[in-house]
Design a protein around this ligand. Structure first.
Ligand code: NAD
Length: 481
């Protein structure tokens, strides 16, 4: 088995105490790589390297153009190594290889986008009446800790580290313990691209009482950007508040997908399949609550069931596979299957789906289910959708907003006024109308309520990754005054 170490101060290293962890391929259910397992000492070593690179290294002051060039070189190398990067995420979490390739392309785009955005974004000049003028600077904050989840390992990691680096910060990234390999591969490429030592550090390990918590407890960290479960976000927020360290939290979701009678049904069915079965539903944005207006209920379900059953299911490594016969880990499989067990006792019935082979759950549609059921309220993070019927716009709006989450919602309708009305009234960070998953990296991304704190993307990432500073200058001293 190949070994993947931490990357600290530009060097790949084992843990200080030599600890390792097996990296399990959830499809074969066998270890396929050996990973350095970091603890507090490794986390502190990585923070010290990032601190030194920020306080006395060239990165924060080399200028946007030079950083842009290095980041573009990194993105080019990622594209050249796309097969290796994609296979790492596929083996680590069972993501279908075609989707992993899509993630790699989006990951190199993340790097390019933020490199360009940082260079192109103007500041503000504020002419004043008094013979002075003021202008804003966006200076890097220092050391940014990025902690990412396992469902889009490379894509969400780069979404965090790219703006941090582009704005001149140094970074310590802890990927999820279940999906560590692509982070080490990326950091190796960053060295090859010419990124100075200590600018991008990767520490592997677990969350609580391990590398993760050590990173969040450090007084030497200037920002923490976290994506993961809402419960973990609350813990990190509390820990970070001890040092008043600002946090950005991208957390869980329970997306409402609303289909009105006037919708283009083929389009709505297609997106409803993608919304909950892509990546086996292990997507924060998953459309896990599907609301169908009464007039199309039967016909929609008929088409939806056929489409779910027709997905090509199999080995995640097979390019033909649309739906993987593996959830990300045994622990996660146990969690998702417990929701299937709840369907009978809580009410509802499984129209299609259920347990698959190994650690897999098939595309599962639950119908006739009361809104109070766990499958309607809790984030399952698997390929399980709860379907409910509605009559009026007001009724479905109230139902959709009746959640502690608020990450995203989808509306399918051909009625323009209704589309705008719903978009303004849905309590969700992103509303998609007649589509899903489409992103503009300049747009705010984040959630209401338990779905998070803050927004990322474009200028929203700039706000987080920089200290906006006001400079006031005297430009005209009146000699007659
Ligand atoms: P998780 O919270 O268990 O773990 C996420 C990361 O946090 C991992 O790297 C983990 O090691 C680390 N961690 C765990 N406890 C920690 C602690 N006490 N201190 C520091 N670090 C700690 O989440 P997960 O199971 O990896 O990911 C699934 C969750 O992520 C789902 O809830 C999903 O909705 C959410 N998610 C949200 C978004 C978004 O953009 N809003 C995107 C993807 C996933």
């Amino acid at each position: 088995m190949d070994f993947y170490g931490h990357i600290i101060d530009g060097v790949e290293v084992p843990s200080i105490d030599g600890a390792t962890m097996d990296d399990i391929d959830p499809y074969t259910r066998e270890p396929w790589a050996l990973i350095a397992c970091g603890g507090k000492a490794d986390a502190e070593r990585a923070i010290a390297a990032a601190r030194k690179a920020f306080d006395s290294g060239p990165w924060p002051h080399m200028g946007y153009e030079k950083r842009q060039a290095i980041l573009h070189r990194l993105a080019d190398l990622m594209d050249e190594h796309a097969d290796e990067l994609a296979m790492a995420d596929t083996r680590d979490m069972g993501k279908p290889i075609t989707q992993a390739h899509h993630d790699v392309a989006r990951s190199s785009l993340n790097i390019r986008f933020f490199a360009d955005h940082a260079r192109m974004t103007p500041g503000e000049a504020l002419p004043m009446d008094s013979g002075h003028h003021a202008y804003t600077r966006f200076d890097p904050v220092g050391v940014i800790v990025a902690i990412s989840p396992w469902n889009f390992p490379l894509m969400l990691g780069t979404w965090k580290i790219a703006p941090a680096l582009a704005w001149g910060n140094t970074v310590v990234w802890k990927p999820a313990e279940d999906t560590p390999v692509s982070a080490t591969l990326l950091a190796r490429l960053a060295i090859e691209a010419g990124m100075p030592p200590g600018v991008l550090n990767v520490v592997h390990g677990y969350g609580p009482d391990s590398a993760g918590s050590a990173l969040t407890e450090s007084p030497d960290v200037d920002r923490i950007t976290f994506t993961g479960e809402s419960g973990t976000g609350k813990i990190i927020s509390a820990v970070a508040s001890r040092h008043l360290t600002p946090v950005s939290l991208e957390l869980g979701g329970k997306g409402a997908n609303i289909v009105f009678e006037d919708a283009d049904l083929d389009n709505a069915v297609n997106w409803a399949v993608q919304a909950i079965f892509r990546n086996a539903g292990q997507v924060c944005l998953a459309g896990s609550r599907l609301y169908l207006q009464r007039g199309i209920y039967e016909e929609f379900l008929r088409r939806y069931k056929i489409a779910a059953e027709a997905m090509v299911k199999g080995d995640p490594k097979d390019p033909a596979t649309e739906f993987p016969l593996a959830l990300a880990s045994e622990e996660h499989f146990d969690k998702v299957s417990s929701y299937l067990d709840s369907v009978g006792p809580d009410g509802g019935r499984i129209l299609t789906g259920g347990l698959g082979e190994g650690w897999s759950v098939l595309p599962t549609i639950v119908v006739d289910v009361p809104p109070a059921a766990r499958v309607c309220r809790e984030e399952i993070f698997g390929p399980v959708v709860a379907v409910q019927v509605f009559d009026t716009e007001a009724e479905v709006l109230a139902a959709a907003n009746n959640t502690r989450y608020g990450l995203n919602a989808m509306v399918f309708t051909e009625n323009l006024s209704r589309a705008h009305r719903m978009s303004s009234r849905l309590r969700a960070g992103t509303v998609w109308v007649n589509c899903f998953f489409i992103r503009d990296l300049r747009a705010p991304f984040g959630g209401f309520g338990d779905s998070g704190v803050g927004r990322e993307g474009g200028n929203f990432s700039r706000e987080f990754c920089t200290e906006p500073k006001a400079v006031v200058m005297q430009i005209d001293e009146d000699p007659n005054a």
